[in-house]
Design a protein around this ligand. Structure first.
Ligand code: PMP
Length: 286
């Protein structure tokens, strides 16, 4: 649990960190967020996360609640005050509080909260833990490229996974295409050895882990395709995995009732996890 949380200009004991009942984030999910990893005391892919935050803010026509450089300072201060060496930062900005009414208020000050919490540094073996995924209809809105705090479909779909003893739900659109996970991007390796992840558009979030991995594997000379793939293709794949800031690279060895490959994390999944863990280690030194 965080000890200290930043709320609208103040660093408060976590238990006292509150926002107003009329905050539009609370009443309308009128806000955006980021989850950023901390490795060896360093913020991982900070600029990429802040670029995505900037884009999400502008899609909601929200101003930055503080200058970008000030947010960098606040994040470092929150890491320091919570003594986080490995873990994550959560930041959220909303349109602030105003009497409840759907249109944008004439005047409101954006809210900003920043928290950080520690997590155990994962060993390679722990990170490679096998997982099942289930397929679920993608019932979300059509702007999944915005990292909005409106996460009710994701919550319900993730709960469906938990109740099915699975780690993630892969979301399927009306054409039988896998869009992404509830909180991760989806990847497969086909029986023709093609590494595939869905191309970016408004149906998925542009994952920062996805972006970092595409860069790392390009440097290693591993080819990939960014294109749609169906649930059927995924079930026939040799390997499947999903990526996110907190999950890193997670093998999916079962999709619904179908075992993927030989039911073990595949060679390319392992390789990509190694590259990504090395990358995180090198970011902040040992
Ligand atoms: N898709 C969704 C819907 C997510 O919530 C997340 C996690 N933020 C991701 C993909 C992966 O994004 P990232 O790699 O930036 O954590």
């Amino acid at each position: 649990m965080p000890k200290v949380t930043y709320v609208n200009g103040r660093y408060l004991p976590h238990g006292q960190a509150v926002v107003h009942v009329e905050d539009r984030g609370f009443q309308f999910a009128d806000g955006v967020y980021e989850v950023i990893a901390v490795a060896n005391g360093t913020i991982v892919d900070e600029e990429a996360h802040l670029d995505r935050f900037d884009r999400s803010l502008s899609e909601l026509r929200l101003d930055w609640p503080v200058y970008r450089r000030a947010l960098g300072f606040i994040m470092r201060e929150i890491i320091r005050r919570n003594t986080v060496r490995h873990g994550s930062i959560y930041l959220q900005a909303t349109r602030g509080s105003a009497p409840r009414n759907h249109p944008f208020p004439d005047f409101s000050l954006p809210s900003l909260i920043v928290t950080a919490k520690s997590a155990k540094k994962l060993s390679y073996e722990a990170a490679l833990e096998k997982n099942s995924v289930i397929s679920q209809p993608d019932i979300r809105w059509r702007r999944c490229d915005i990292k909005s705090v409106s996460l009710l479909p994701n919550v319900l779909l993730k709960q469906a996974a938990v109740e099915a003893d699975a780690a993630e739900s892969w979301l399927i659109d009306d054409r039988g295409i896998v869009t992404e996970g509830t909180a991760s991007n989806a990847w497969i390796v086909t029986d023709q050895d093609e590494l595939i992840t869905r191309h970016l558009d408004s149906s998925i979030l542009a994952g920062i882990t996805r972006q970092a991995i595409l860069k790392l594997i390009s440097q290693e000379g591993i080819s990939f395709l960014e294109r749609e793939f169906t649930l059927e293709e995924a079930k026939q794949a040799k390997e499947a995995f999903f990526t996110s800031t907190t999950a890193l690279v997670k093998p999916a060895v079962k999709i619904d009732e179908v075992i993927i490959g030989d039911g073990q994390p595949g060679p390319l999944t392992r390789k990509i996890l190694t590259y990504y863990m090395d990358y995180m280690d090198n970011i902040g030194g040992q």
